[in-house]
Design a protein around this ligand. Structure first.
Ligand code: ATP
Length: 290
């Protein structure tokens, strides 16, 4: 496939969208195209199947997420992006009728091993949700809570240092340094989301999962978070689910396209948006839904 139309359309809403496409006729059931496997993997997913009771939401997905990359997950509503993301730190364990099969490794260790404690796992693989959800506590306590619970500090000075460092990394310090003890919930939506990112960073994660982190934010707050992602990727591995193709194009190094619970294509982001290998990816990025 050879087309710049998808990329153009991202930045030109008037660009030609073409005819609707019947997805069922176009290659579902084939193997993932592109580069799902890597030698630089931080996390590896192999043959993942996920069921909500009898309904299968993820079908045989295999994918590596590399160290220090920003991997974007895109695809139509209900295609399984969030379900896939939540498998990476076992958030789906909280749903008792959800069954996960297959293997997910972090630094080559299976996170679904029966002896794996999910509390330290979720400190290593943190998650930021769609809607900012600060605790009803002070800004300081929101960030300090995790290091205290995980026993990462023994002295108050150490805790102060972690709080400041995390707020700086989340690009929030200058805005809150004079009101650290006022409620986190008093901040604006964008500030609250950066506070949640600071809270995640405070326990020194290795991977940060972001599930549509900007969908509740205005364009200015969104731009701040997007800039932040580029900075954070120097120290962390990031996997982000987004509904916005523009956002995926701006922030990610690789993009994975999901459709009906299957991973259709994964490739360098520019490739996905300029010259996708799979016709379903092409159809999605050019706006042809069927
Ligand atoms: N808690 C749940 N219980 C039952 N079914 C669920 C649950 N969560 C998701 N599903 C189903 O699993 C499928 C995949 O949903 P998921 O939320 O992962 O998709 P998504 O691509 O993230 O969608 P969206 O872009 O709309 O957020 C959908 O059919 C959805 O209805």
């Amino acid at each position: 496939m050879n087309s710049n139309s998808g990329y153009n359309r991202l930045f030109d809403p008037m660009a030609e969208t073409g005819q609707p496409l019947d997805f069922a006729q176009h290659g579902l059931g084939q193997q993932t195209v592109g580069s799902p496997f890597s030698e630089k993997a931080k996390m590896s997913v192999r043959n993942l199947n996920v069921y909500y009771a009898d309904k299968q939401a993820i079908h045989d997905v295999s994918l590596d997420i590399n160290r220090n990359e920003v991997m974007a997950m895109i695809g139509p509503s209900g295609c399984g992006k969030s379900t896939f993301l939540r498998c990476l730190n076992r958030m789906n364990d909280t749903i008792d009728y959800c069954k996960v099969e297959g293997e997910v490794t972090l630094d080559e260790k299976n996170i679904y091993h029966r002896k794996q404690d999910v509390v330290p796992l979720r400190a290593r693989v943190g998650i930021v949700f769609q809607k900012p959800n600060p605790f009803p506590k002070s800004i300081y306590e929101n960030v300090a809570y995790g290091p205290k619970v995980h026993g990462l500090v023994s002295r108050r000075a150490q805790l102060d240092e972690i709080v400041e460092d995390s707020l700086r990394k989340a690009s929030l310090w200058d805005e809150v340094k004079d009101r650290l003890f006022s409620p986190g919930t008093d901040l604006s939506g964008g500030q609250q989301q950066r506070l949640c990112i600071a809270r995640t960073i405070a326990v020194s994660p290795e991977v940060i999962l972001m599930d549509e982190p900007c969908s509740a934010l205005d364009p200015i707050a969104t731009a701040r978070i997007e800039e932040l992602m580029a900075e954070l990727s120097q120290n962390f591995t990031i996997a982000i689910v987004t509904h916005s193709m523009q956002q995926a194009a701006r922030v990610s190094t690789r993009t994975a396209y999901f459709h009906m619970g299957r991973l259709i294509e994964v490739n360098d982001t520019r490739r996905v948006f300029t010259n996708p290998e799979h016709e379903l990816t092409e159809a999605y990025i050019t706006g042809r839904f069927g």
